[in-house]
Ligand binder design. Structure first.
Ligand SMILES: Nc1ncnc2c1ncn2[C@@H]1O[C@H](COP(=O)(O)OP(=O)(O)OP(=O)(O)O)[C@@H](O)[C@H]1O
Length: 503
C-alpha cells in the first residue's frame, strides 16, 4: 500500500563524493531558507547534503517531475524499511520533493537534465489498460480508481482504459488494437485477462511484432499467479502498488509461451496445464464457491479420500540433465486429433480473417529425444512460472524464459502423504517428496485416458484456470470445451512475450 505523507522522504546515506555528477547546482529544498548543493549523478542518483547526505534514485524512486513556477516538484515513491538492519522490502511512501533552483537558467537546465535522464530509462508513456470488474472479489474497478490510476497519473502516463464487458472481450479488443499507439498493455485483473491478451496478440496477422508489446499485470483477481511470480522473484510482496511501480519503471523481461495444439486448434498458455487431481480440485470445487476460499481445502480433502487414478501416458522431451526420467520412446505424432472448437472459446484457429496467425514454435519434433511415463497418474501438472496462484508455489524452479516447462507428476502416493504434500504447495516443498516426479521439458504430448476405478469416466484438462477439455462423464461434461479429451501436444517458444517486471 502506498501512503501519501506530508513530509518529504529521501534516504540519508554516508557521503560519497567520488561518483561523477552530470549536473550540480545550489538549490533550496522544501522551502528551506538555506541553500544546499543538489547533484544529479551519472547513475541517476540525486543527492544533497542536509545534516548528512540525502539521496533519491531516479530509476527506482522518482515517478516524474513537474516545473511548478520557480520550483521543480519531484513525485516520489520511496520504500521505507522497518525492523532491524533495513532488510527485506518495506512499505512505499508517496511524496513530493520540491526544490527551487537559484536562477531561471539553472531551472531550465535542471528540467533538461532530469527529462533526459528519465527519457533514457525507456519508461512507458502511453498505456492501454484493461480492468475486469468481474474478476476475483469484483474489486478491480475500485483497485484501479483508488490505487492504480493515481500512481500512473503521478508518473504522467497517458491512459486508455477499457472495462471488459464479457468473457473474451479483452482478446477481441487486442486482436484489432493499434498497438503502435501504446507502450504497453496493462491487465488490472486475475490471470484470465492476461491469457486473453496473449491469445489476442498471437491471432493477429502481425503477431510477430504485436507480441513484443510489453504487458503489465496488476493483481485484482482470484488467481494472480503471474503477478505473484513476478513480484516474488525480487522478494517483493504481491501488492497492487508494487505491481504498478514495476510498470511505471518500465523494466521488461521475456516470457515463454506454450502452444497447446490439437488438430487445427491452438491455445496459447503462459501459466499452467493440469490434468488429474489438481484440475479436478480447481474446476469441480466451483460448485462450492459459496464457501469462499475454504472451498479448495474442503474439496481437496474430499478428492484425496476418494482418490482417482487416471490411465494414459505422457510423452516428453526432457531438458538437458533430466533424461533419466521415464522410458525411451519416439515422437507419437500422427494422431493429434481434431479439436472441438465451438467458436466462443479462447483458442485460436491457424488462420485469421486476413491470413496466418502464430503457428507455434518451429521445432522438428520427430528429431528430438522423446521419453514416456505411463499411468495411472494421480496428477500431471505443467508449469511455466513458479506460482500458480498467490498461495500456490507449484514449480519452485520454473523460470520465466528458460524455454522449458516444469512438469510435476504424482503417480503412486499413499493418501496421508498426498495430504502432506498438498499442504506444502504454498512453499514449493512438495517437489522434494519421494512421491513427486519433478523435471523440465521442452515439449510434451499428453494422452489422457479414463479413470482406473471407473472406466466409463474421463477427466478434465485445465489450462490457466479454464477448462480446455472435458472427458466423458466428467464434471459438467455436457458443456462444450475448446479441445477434445484426447491427445494434445504442447511446445514452448522461448521468451516470445514481454512483461513489465520489477527489478
Ligand atoms: N464483464 C465481464 N463479465 C463476466 N466475465 C468477464 C467480464 N470481463 C471479463 N470476464 C472474464 O472473467 C474471467 C476472469 O478474469 P480475471 O483474470 O480477472 O480473474 P481470475 O482471477 O482469472 O478469475 P476469477 O476471479 O473469475 O476466478 C476471464 O476469463 C474473463 O474472460
Amino acid at each position: 500500500m502506498i501512503e501519501p505523507r506530508p513530509t518529504p522522504v529521501s534516504k540519508m546515506v554516508q557521503p560519497d563524493d567520488t561518483r561523477p555528477a552530470i549536473f550540480s547546482d545550489p538549490v533550496t529544498v522544501n522551502g528551506s531558507s538555506s541553500a544546499t548543493t543538489l547533484s544529479l549523478l551519472a547513475d541517476g542518483t540525486l543527492c544533497w547534503p542536509d545534516g548528512g547526505q540525502r539521496t533519491l534514485t531516479i530509476d527506482k524512486e522518482v515517478l516524474a517531475f513537474v516545473a511548478d513556477g520557480p520550483n521543480i516538484r519531484l513525485k516520489t515513491a520511496v520504500e521505507t524499511h522497518v525492523g532491524c538492519c533495513g532488510s527485506g522490502r518495506g512499505t512505499l511512501t508517496r511524496n513530493d520533493l520540491v526544490f527551487r533552483p537559484s536562477s531561471e537558467e539553472s531551472h531550465g537546465l535542471w528540467c533538461q537534465k532530469l527529462g533526459e535522464f528519465i527519457d533514457s530509462l525507456g519508461r512507458p508513456k502511453r498505456l492501454f489498460v484493461f480492468v475486469n470488474p468481474f474478476g476475483g472479489k469484483k474489486a478491480a474497478t475500485d483497485i484501479f480508481r483508488d490505487q492504480v490510476k493515481p500512481l500512473l497519473e503521478d508518473a504522467q502516463v497517458q491512459l486508455t482504459v477499457q472495462e471488459t464487458k464479457h468473457q473474451l472481450h479483452a482478446k477481441e479488443v487486442v486482436s484489432s488494437l493499434d498497438v503502435s499507439k501504446y507502450d504497453g498493455i496493462v491487465c488490472v485483473s486475475g490471470d484470465g485477462i492476461l491469457v486473453e491478451v496473449i491469445n489476442g496478440l498471437l491471432q493477429r496477422d502481425d503477431w510477430d511484432t504485436a507480441i513484443k508489446t510489453p504487458i503489465g499485470v496488476v493483481p485484482a483477481g482470484t488467481g494472480n499467479g503471474m503477478a505473484k511470480s513476478l513480484l516474488d522473484s525480487v522478494g517483493g510482496t504481491c501488492a497492487v502498488a508494487n505491481a504498478v511501480l514495476a510498470i511505471i519503471r518500465g523494466h521488461k523481461r521475456s516470457l515463454d509461451v506454450a502452444t497447446i495444439k490439437q488438430g487445427g486448434i491452438r491455445y496459447f498458455s503462459v501459466l499452467m496445464l493440469a490434468w488429474g487431481l489438481i484440475a479436478d480440485i480447481d474446476i469441480e470445487s466451483e460448485e462450492y464457491r459459496w464457501m469462499g476460499s475454504a472451498r479448495i481445502d474442503f474439496y481437496a480433502l474430499n478428492r484425496v479420500f476418494n482418490l482417482r487414478h487416471y490411465t494414459g501416458c505422457v510423452h516428453f522431451v526432457p531438458a538437458p540433465g533430466f533424461d533419466s526420467y521415464g522410458e525411451p520412446s519416439s515422437y507419437p505424432a500422427n494422431s493429434i486429433s481434431k479439436g472441438s472448437n465451438n467458436g466462443d472459446q479462447i483458442g485460436v484457429e491457424p488462420f485469421n480473417s486476413k491470413g496466418l496467425c502464430y503457428q507455434g514454435p518451429e521445432i522438428e519434433l520427430e528429431n528430438l529425444s522423446w521419453r514416456v511415463l505411463n499411468g495411472p497418474f494421480i496428477s500431471v501438472w505443467l508449469h511455466n512460472v513458479p506460482w500458480g496462484a498467490e498461495s500456490t508455489m507449484a514449480a519452485p524452479d520454473a523460470k520465466f524464459s528458460d524455454g522449458y516447462l516444469d512438469l510435476i507428476i504424482v503417480k503412486n502416493c499413499p493418501k496421508l502423504q498426498l495430504l502432506s504434500l498438498l499442504s506444502e504447495l504454498n512453499t514449493g516443498g512438495h517437489v522434494k517428496s519421494p512421491y513427486v516426479i519433478y523435471l523440465k521439458v521442452k515439449a510434451l504430448i499428453l494422452e489422457p485416458g479414463p479413470r482406473l476405478e471407473k472406466k466409463e469416466k474421463e477427466g478434465i484438462i485445465d489450462v490457466d484456470g479454464e477448462v480446455l477439455a472435458r472427458g466423458k462423464g466428467s464434471y459438467q461434461c455436457d458443456k462444450k470445451a475448446l479441445m477434445a479429451y484426447d491427445k494434445l501436444q504442447i511446445t514452448v517458444d522461448q521468451g516470445l512475450a514481454t512483461l513489465f517486471t520489477p527489478v
